[in-house]
Ligand binder design. Structure first.
Ligand SMILES: C[S@@+](CC[C@H](N)C(=O)[O-])C[C@H]1O[C@@H](n2cnc3c(N)ncnc32)[C@H](O)[C@@H]1O
Length: 434
């Protein structure tokens, strides 16, 4: 089964703890796909498409002008490819039961015959959406809801003028929310290099994003980011949005992620997390026949025993897919008790753990966060969208101890004299690779 094959490929990659070299990972990925010329064609188109979309945002950029002719030609071809596919072969099909079913297609509407992606492959390939595409997203109400919820979390738990570590920062979807809190320093880490490049473009182009920022390309579940951090930097808030489920592959991944989250988090500082709600997923799974949960916009295929019990705390894999957001990719159930217990070992004490729907009930009319941005808009939510929203949960932890001071650790080193630094544009070559 292709889905299983690629999940085990994912496992074997991750088991190879010594292989933290990203170039190597990219090479492996290319070799895996060497026979799939269709894929290559689209991958090229995808990169080009990213550039084209960037052109929309910043049409004066000279690098775009240099390549524009060839790219425009390929872009037109791709548009034709898309419209053909859209007309002939829709993302969903009606089956005999009148249920809409997923075909395994990614964000560029490519069919991968049920193969899944690693998170790095998947997020590296996702194209950058233009404003128009974002506005036309079939799941826009879900995206709006999620942005409202993250806006509330950040407004509540990111103090004004503070320092922020954004683990699994993606394309920087939260930059403006942090900016709204007038943050004074930002560090973003992600496994997807292309996402970090998109983040840098957003940061460089954003008039309001005038805080110093550092970007680190690393697997947060496998390597320590310590060596890439300025020795005098400590964080008031660490954020990890929509990603912690990737770490529940193994205890080691969760430990490394928690170490990265806490090593520079100040006493009293918050660790804010959004992830899938394993209680909801498991209770939904018990109610269906088979091992698949789905509606018109999402699908989750579980690899579990027939009695659907999950006795092991780690490695409980399912392939998750959300239209216009997540292409088929392995994720792991986040066991909340284990997460809270392990967090305690890193001096994190639980402040709040609310399913997204309970969070909505608590904060939709809450005076304390009424000035958060963006505003809540649930007018266009439908039943399927609410079902998706309820698949997610929030965790907020507070750090109970100060970090071990890095300044005293290397008080003789030159780096201990480094300051946070002023605002400057981020070049691709500024992204630190670990
Ligand atoms: C759903 S996106 C969320 C992005 C961003 N936090 C947001 O809310 O807009 C998940 C992100 O986690 C990143 N990611 C997944 N596994 C990771 C890992 N092991 N280390 C670092 N980043 C990872 C992906 O590349 C992707 O950018």
């Amino acid at each position: 089964m292709p889905a299983q094959d690629s999940a085990s490929h994912h496992h074997s990659n991750n088991n190879n703890n010594n292989n933290n070299n990203n170039t190597e990972r990219r090479r492996e990925y290319r070799n895996d796909h060497v026979s799939n010329s269709h894929h290559h064609q689209n991958n090229n188109n995808n990169n080009n498409n990213r550039r084209m979309n960037d052109r929309d945002d910043n049409s004066s950029s000279s690098s775009y002008n240099r390549e524009s002719r060839g790219i425009q030609k390929q872009y037109k071809q791709q548009e034709r490819y898309h419209s053909n596919n859209n007309n002939n072969n829709r993302y969903y099909n009606n089956n005999n039961n009148n249920n809409r079913n997923y075909h395994h297609r990614d964000s560029n509407n490519r069919n991968y015959n049920n193969r899944t992606f690693t998170p790095e492959e998947m997020y590296d390939q996702r194209k950058n959406q233009s404003r128009e595409e974002r506005n036309n997203s079939p799941i826009k109400p879900i995206k709006d809801f999620n942005n409202w919820l993250k806006g509330v979390l950040i407004y509540k738990y990111v103090p004004n003028e503070c320092t922020v570590l954004d683990l699994c920062c993606g394309k920087g979807g939260d930059l403006f929310k942090f900016s709204f809190r007038n943050i004074k320093n930002y560090v973003g880490v992600d496994i997807s290099f292309n996402s970090l490049v998109s983040l840098s473009e957003r940061y460089n182009g954003g008039r309001d994003l005038k805080f110093p920022a550092k970007l680190i390309h690393a697997d947060v579940g496998k390597v320590s980011i310590e060596s890439a951090l300025d020795s005098n930097v400590e964080f008031d808030t660490v954020s990890c949005q929509f990603a912690f489920h990737y770490f529940f592959q193994s205890k080691e991944h969760v430990k490394t992620a928690l170490q990265n989250a806490t090593s520079r988090l100040k006493k009293g500082g918050k660790f804010i997390v959004t992830t899938l709600d394993s209680n909801v997923l498991q209770s939904m799974l018990k109610k269906v026949e088979g091992k698949t949960l789905k509606n018109s916009v999402f699908q989750a295929n579980f690899q579990c025993s027939d009695d659907k019990s999950f006795e092991e705390p780690f490695g409980n894999c399912y392939t998750f897919q959300l239209e216009d957001a997540v292409d088929p990719c392995p994720e792991y159930l986040v066991n909340p008790q284990i997460f809270i217990e392990m967090a305690k070992e890193f001096n994190l004490s639980l402040v709040e753990n609310l399913n997204f729907y309970d969070f909505y009930e608590k904060y939709r009319n809450n005076r304390e966060t009424e000035n958060s941005r963006p505003r809540l808009n649930v007018r266009d939510m439908n039943e399927d969208f609410w079902t998706v929203v309820k698949l997610y949960t929030t965790f907020v932890f507070e750090k109970t101890e100060n970090p071990i001071s890095q300044l005293s650790k290397d008080s003789n080193s030159e780096s201990s004299q480094q300051t946070v630094g002023g605002y400057k544009k981020i070049l691709e070559s500024d992204i630190i690779k670990l």
